[in-house]
Structures are given as C-alpha cells and as structure tokens.
Ligand binder design. Structure first.
Ligand SMILES: Cc1ncc(COP(=O)(O)O)c(C=O)c1O
Length: 394
C-alpha cells in the first residue's frame, strides 16, 4: 500500500523535534551537529532569536495579504537587495524552482519584446540542478530527471562542464537568448566555476547580447563568503535566481534582474499568491540585514578557512574514505573514495549531519554563524565517522 506521504524521498530514519543554532535534537534527546542546514537553508542556524523575533512580530501583526496590495516588508527586502547587488528589480517567489520558472519566462519575454522571439533557447551545463518543475527538468535534461515526464519543454541545450569549444559553437546559433549557470554547482557535487570562466562567459554574452542568468539558489546569500558567489569573479548577471538561505528556513525565493531584463515583465505577465508574503519577507529582510553586513561575511570567510583546513587534515588522515576537498566558503564538498552514502551514514552514527551530492561528494553547508568551537567539534565527529569507513565499526 502506498504510504500516506508520496514516497518520492529516501528518508533517513531520523526525526528531530527541536533545533538551536547548529544543533538538532531527536525526541530521545540525541543532539546532532547539523552541517547540512536543511541543504543550505538555515543560513543563521535553527531558531535564530533575531529571526524568531522578526517572524513573531510580523505574525502578531499580519500574516498574509495578496499582492493586490502594497506589502511594506516586501518593499524593505526588495530595496535591500537592489541596494546590495547588480539588480534594479526583484520578484519574490516561495522556492528556487519558482525562481527558475520566472527566470526562463523573463529571458523569453525579453527577446519577444525586442522583436526576436526566436532567441528563446537557453544554454545550461552538465551537472546543473535548477529544481523539479517541468522547465527545470527540461533545462537539465538528464534521463534521471526527465524519464517518464515527457513531452519536455523545448528550448534548452546542455553543454559539457568546461567545454569551451562547445560553448562558443552553441553561442553562434541564432536562437540562443540566454545562458544559465550556477557559479558553484551544488547538487552536481560542489563544483565551483573558475572565476576566469565566469568572466569569459560574461564576455561572450556581451559580444552576442545574450542574457546571463546565475542560479545562486544554493551558493548565494553569504554561503561562499561574499553576499553572492559571482562577486568573487567580479562579474554580474542580467538575471539571478535566489532562494534557500534568503528565508533562513522560511520558504522564500527571488528573481533579481537588471532594468533591461526586467522591464518586459509588465503588470499581468507573472504573479504568485504567496510570493513575497509578509511573514516570509519580514524574515528575509532580517536575514538580509545580518548576512549583507561586511563584518559578518568576513567572519564567514574566517570560519570557512578553519573548516577547510580541518577537512584537508581529514583527507590526509583517512585516505580510505576521502580523496579531496573542494568548494568555496562554507559550501564545501568532500570528494569521497568510499561511497558518499556510506560516509553520510557513518556521520549519523557519530551524530553529525552531512548531505550527499553527485560525483560521489559529501556536502558540508553548515549555518554561516557556526562557531569555531562547533567547527572543531564537527571535525572530530567527522574524524570518528571516517574511522568507521572500512573498519568493523562501520
Ligand atoms: C542551484 C539550485 N537551483 C534551484 C533549486 C530548486 O530550489 P527549490 O528546491 O527551493 O525549489 C535548488 C535546490 O536544491 C538548487 O540547489
């Protein structure tokens, strides 16, 4: 008999009743150190007092009004995002996938309104992940994502990772209107795009007038030690998708865009009942206030250095388990020699939570405000977990 929850997830036999900072507690009182943070969502940890305060203050005043009306918390968050980024305008969604949907529509509408609707094709990259909607799975195009869900939305071409010749050839096609890329691939196995490649991509897009779309759903909001990951390369996109960390655990996403890219999205061309809801935006505005502070980001970079150094040590100590460390800031991946799933399981036994990714990588995406002592504790738990790999204790 089918379970009452549609069985689309392979869930661990773990359930948590309380969270505080980087810690999650089970009903029987076990305390797990959470290096997954809801897959890069709980950017400021569990039950962060500032976010609880922002949420409860808003909850006591007003939960929901439609986008038929002005929403001050939404305006505050939009102003903060515009002030701190390349963007001139924002649209709020409830998730990364919804941000993906709008990014695709925005790119197509841009070319439609310029009298070149044939430039509807969007180039994407091997290993990418942009969500699970019909557009998002078609964009990625892998059999794993798309099998059984045809006919797929057309207008996407996937390019090989690092295939510069393929990119040049594809960009020469007259129907290409946009390129979509994660500056650091998350689900694909924590693969940062080298700065010079992002710069090169910006240059080719400028030469051809092609829109550049960054998916910063996982790598954005301070995760790499800058507010947005593309800042490391010194380039900006035309459109950017954001979600996960922006709501600190409350469902929230956004599309940010330049005026040129955003202008064709006039009244009636897009909408959402819940997107930009007062509760989500009150929390989002507080997250933004904390995370966009340069002192906070400096702290993220320092903590990231400590974690990375410790992980390099683990790779040296446990060559049977790990091969290398990769990533940026507090978006780190342990490329495993053992099966990544086995490493995650060994972590459960040592009460430390990590997240598997493609390419046999285990992801570490802790809350950005994890302390130095908690990083050291995480490293000892990972050390003990790694010792289980290939031993009888595993
Ligand atoms: C880079 C990226 N884009 C889009 C998404 C989809 O976001 P959501 O699950 O909020 O719909 C994800 C989710 O993991 C992601 O990592």
């Amino acid at each position: 008999m089918i379970p009452s929850i549609l069985p689309t997830y392979n869930r661990a036999p773990l359930s948590f009743v309380k969270g505080e900072g980087v810690w999650l507690q089970t009903g029987d009182g076990r305390r797990f150190l959470d290096l997954g943070a809801g897959i890069a969502v709980n950017a400021l940890g569990h039950a962060n007092p500032d976010l609880v305060d922002a949420l409860t203050t808003q909850a006591n005043a007003l939960w929901h009004v439609s986008n038929l009306y002005q929403i001050p918390a939404q305006q505050k968050l939009a102003d903060a995002l515009v002030e701190s980024t390349f963007a001139d305008s924002c649209f709020f969604t409830n998730s990364g996938t919804e941000a993906m949907e709008l990014a695709v529509k925005m790119a197509r509408k841009y070319w439609h309104d310029r009298g070149q609707p044939e430039r509807s094709r969007i180039l994407t990259f091997e290993g990418a992940f942009h969500g699970r909607s019909s557009a998002a799975i078609a964009a990625v195009g892998t059999e794993k994502m798309t099998k059984g869900f045809g006919p797929l939305l057309g207008g996407f071409t996937q390019l090989g990772w690092g295939d510069h010749d393929g990119l040049r050839a594809a960009m020469a096609q007259p129907d290409v209107g946009a390129v979509l890329i994660e500056p650091v691939q998350g689900e694909g196995g924590i693969r940062p795009v080298p700065d010079q490649c992002l710069k090169g991509l910006r240059d080719i897009c400028d030469e051809t007038g092609t829109l550049l779309i960054f998916d910063e759903v996982q790598c954005g909001m301070g995760r790499t030690g800058k507010l947005f990951a593309h800042e490391w390369a010194g380039v900006t996109p035309d459109i950017m998708m954001v979600a996960k960390g922006i709501g600190g655990g409350f469902p929230l996403g956004a599309v940010l865009a330049t005026e040129a890219a955003a202008a064709p999205m006039t009244a009636g061309t897009h909408g959402s009942t819940y997107g930009g809801n007062p509760l989500a935006c009150a929390v989002g505005a507080k997250v933004m206030e904390i995370v966009s502070d340069e002192g906070f980001l400096e702290g993220v970079r320092a903590r990231a250095g400590r974690l990375r150094q410790g992980l390099e040590g683990l790779v040296a100590t446990h060559p049977q388990a790990f091969e290398s460390v990769r990533g940026a800031g507090l978006m780190l991946g342990l490329k495993c020699k053992a099966a990544a799933g086995e490493v995650v399981q060994a972590g459960y036994a040592e009460e430390v939570l990590t997240v598997p990714a493609a390419d046999n990588v285990v992801r570490l995406l802790p809350p950005l405000n994890i302390t130095e002592a908690e990083i050291d504790e995480a490293l000892s738990r990972l050390d003990r977990a790694a010792a289980r790999i290939g031993s009888d204790a595993g």
